[in-house]
Design a binder for this molecule. Sequence first.
Ligand code: NAP
Length: 248
Amino acid sequence: MGLLQDKIALVTGASRGIGQEIAREFARQGAAVAFTYNSSEAPALALEAELQQLGVQAKAYKSNAAFFDQAEALVKDIITDFGGLHILVNNAGITKDNLLMRMSEEDFDKVIQVNLKSVFNMTKAVQRTFLKQRSGSMIHMSSVVGVKGNAGQANYAASKAGIIGFSKSVALELGSRNIRSNVIAPGFIETEMTDKLNPDVVQSWRDGIPLKRGGSPLDVAQSCVFLASDLSAYITGQVLNVDGGMLT
Ligand code: NAP
C-alpha cells in the first residue's frame, strides 16, 4: 500500500520540472492528484493521462496561481470533482533574474505575485476545507536562495524567503487544528533547463556540493511524499533543505 493511499492532493505548476515529478510520485504512492498549469496545456494533458494509467484519479486544471479568484474557483472545482482535499503543494514558481541595478519594478512585482502571493491565494483557498476536516498538510516550495540570498536574484530570493515566514506563521495559527505547514528548500536541481547550460559550469556546481551531484526532481518529490504523508505527522513549521548538503 502506498504512503498516500486514500489522500487527495493538489500540486500547483505540475506541467513541467519538479512539479511534474511530485505529481507522478504522489500517484505512485496511491494519491488522487489534481494539478495545475499556466500555459503548457499539451504536457499537462499528457501527464493527466499518465497518472490515470497508474490507476489513480487525476485531473489537470488551467489556473494562474497568482490570482486570488482563480485559486478560490480551482479549489471549489477540485472539491466537486474529487470529493475532498488533504494535501496542498505550492510548487508553481518563476524567475526573472537581473542585478538590482537593472531589475525593473515590473519584474520585481511579477515574481512576488507568482511565487509569494500565489502561496497566500492557495492557502486561503484550502483553509476552510482543512479546518473542517481538522487535518491537512501544506508544502511550500522555497529555495536555498530564499535561505541564503543570491546575487542577481533579489526578487526571487525575497519571494522565497517570504514563503518561509508565511509558512511558519500558518503553522503556528493552524497547528491546534492538526493542519501542518512545511517548506522545502531545494538546492541545485538538474532539469531540462540546466541541461542547456555549459557542462563545465554545471560540473563546477556539482563539485561544490558535499554529495558531489546535482539533485533530481525525484529527490525533491520524495521529500514531498514524506511531508505530505502521516510519516511526518509530528512535523510542522520546518524548512527541509533538499540540497545535497549545500548549506551545511
Ligand atoms: P519549471 O520547470 O519552470 O516549472 C514551473 C511550473 O510552474 C510549470 O508547470 C509552470 O506552468 C508553472 N507555473 C508558472 N507560473 C505559474 C502560474 N502563474 N500559475 C500556475 N502555474 C505556474 O520550474 P522548476 O524548476 O520545476 O521549479 C519548481 C519550483 O521549485 C519553483 O517554485 C522553483 O522556484 C523551485 N525551485 C527550483 C529549483 C531548481 O533548481 N529547478 C531550485 C530551487 C527551487 P507552465 O508550464 O504552464 O508555464
